[in-house]
Write a protein that binds this ligand. Structure first.
Ligand SMILES: NC(=O)C1=CN([C@@H]2O[C@H](COP(=O)(O)OP(=O)(O)OC[C@H]3O[C@@H](n4cnc5c(N)ncnc54)[C@H](OP(=O)(O)O)[C@@H]3O)[C@@H](O)[C@H]2O)C=CC1
Ligand SMILES: N[C@@H](CC(=O)OP(=O)(O)O)C(=O)O
Length: 358
């Protein structure tokens, strides 16, 4: 039986913050204790501070909570702080919280490349928690630590890649083309005159993030548990586009394995279907029934039809077929604000509780 933990949410009024609220409002381990946002929102009841864009109403135990400024002293009673802060401010604010010995789960890009901070996708690399004793020593902490989430497109990509890497060894080449939903750009996000009846073939910084993050997530921990070994033999090339879809990033992926001969399509499907993660073994409440949902229908996955499967915590993979240039190609779908953001953070925190780190 897990004792209830008090949680705070930074950036609670934003797109990711709203997802946190829905995932945490009735959570068996976590109770929402404090909400934080910008000085524009601080001091207002949550209901008046946020522009709520979810299809479910604001939970009744949250709508009257008064939003606080994002300073650590206001959150000192929280066992866990989830951050959905804008990256322009997340760097300083999250570091102040960490240095106040708080536990921080961040969605922002700022500390993803930090050499002692895990970049964690809960159904892929929860073993990277083993660096936490070193991280605490590095920052002089007793109980606090920081975990970052990956970029939403990276998150979808690494789940099937991890299954394939475990089964067939390293990949030498990964090509990925994304079609990303507008909720990925936050609120108010992409102007309607830019995105309606259109596709925008550029998302600033996105391709560079994907090309780096795959390597940190699929790489290992060093033997001394004090750093991360990035993948050395794998090159990743990403092309990222914005499409007029509300939620759910679709990705077309082609890969080449470092060691031939390439596995058959049936062998790939089999490995994807059988893949399991620590989150299930630890019986975490938000763990998907399986991290990968395999579809063999010719025209799936599709964002509108598949994004809510397994509560948005799984990646749907289909259209596995031989690639005439590399070895194999397939299509995947990830819910960008659930597994791609708040859902990963909450599941990462559930794993930390199960491992006794919180
Ligand atoms: N949307 C997505 O799919 C994904 C987003 N992310 C990352 O998550 C983070 C949040 O993204 P998203 O929710 O889309 O962004 P939004 O723009 O929707 O929300 C940003 C949040 O940051 C708060 N904020 C802005 N300025 C300040 C400040 N000076 N002090 C304190 N709080 C401030 C806002 O508060 P206020 O309302 O008061 O202005 C709001 O709560 C970003 O770092 C983003 O890169 C990661 C993966 C996926
Ligand atoms: N850039 C992503 C969302 C995002 O904020 O990513 P990151 O957390 O890596 O900055 C998208 O537009 O869909």
């Amino acid at each position: 039986m897990v004792s209830t933990k008090k949680v705070g949410i930074l950036g609670a009024t934003g797109t990711v913050g709203q997802r946190f609220i829905l995932l945490l409002a009735n959570h068996p381990y976590f109770t929402i204790h404090a909400l934080g946002a910008s000085p524009r929102s601080a001091g207002k009841p949550y209901k008046n501070a946020t522009k709520w864009k979810q299809s479910q109403p604001i939970p009744s135990n949250v709508d009257q909570l008064v939003v606080k400024p994002c300073v650590a002293s206001e959150f000192k009673d929280c066992d866990i702080v989830f951050s959905g802060l804008d990256a322009d401010v997340a760097g300083d604010i999250e570091m102040e919280f960490l240095k106040a010995d708080l536990v921080v789960f961040s969605n922002a890009k700022n500390y993803r490349r930090d050499p002692v901070v895990p970049l964690m996708v809960p159904t892929v690399n929860a073993q990277h928690y083993d660096i936490i004793p070193h991280q605490r020593k590095h920052y002089g902490l007793q109980k606090g630590f920081m975990i970052t989430n990956a970029n939403c497109s990276t998150t979808g990509l690494v789940v099937p890649l991890k299954a394939l890497q475990d089964a067939f060894g390293p990949m030498s080449h990964i090509l990925v083309h994304t079609q990303q939903a507008i909720s990925g750009a936050g609120y108010p996000g992409v102007p309607s005159l830019d995105i309606l009846d259109n596709v925008v073939p550029y998302i600033g910084g996105e391709e560079e993030k994907m090309e780096y993050e795959v390597s940190k997530i699929l790489g290992g921990l060093n033997q001394d548990l004090q750093g991360f070994a990035l993948l050395e033999q794998t090159v990743v090339s990403a092309t990222c586009t914005r499409v007029p879809v509300l939620d759910g990033h679709l990705e077309s992926v082609s890969i080449k394995f470092a060691n031939g001969p390439p596995p058959s399509v049936d062998a790939i499907y089999d490995v994807l279907e059988r893949y399991t993660s620590d989150a299930q073994a630890l019986q975490c409440p938000l763990a998907p029934e399986s991290p990968i949902i395999v579809t063999k229908e010719a025209d799936r996955p599709q964002p509108r039809l598949d994004r809510e499967l397994h509560r948005g915590q799984a990646v749907t993979v289909g259209r596995v077929r031989p690639c005439p240039v590399l070895d194999i190609k397939f299509t995947l779908l990830v819910h960008n604000t659930i597994l791609g953001a708040a859902g990963s953070s909450v599941l990462n925190a559930e794993i930390a509780v199960a491992k006794g780190l919180i």
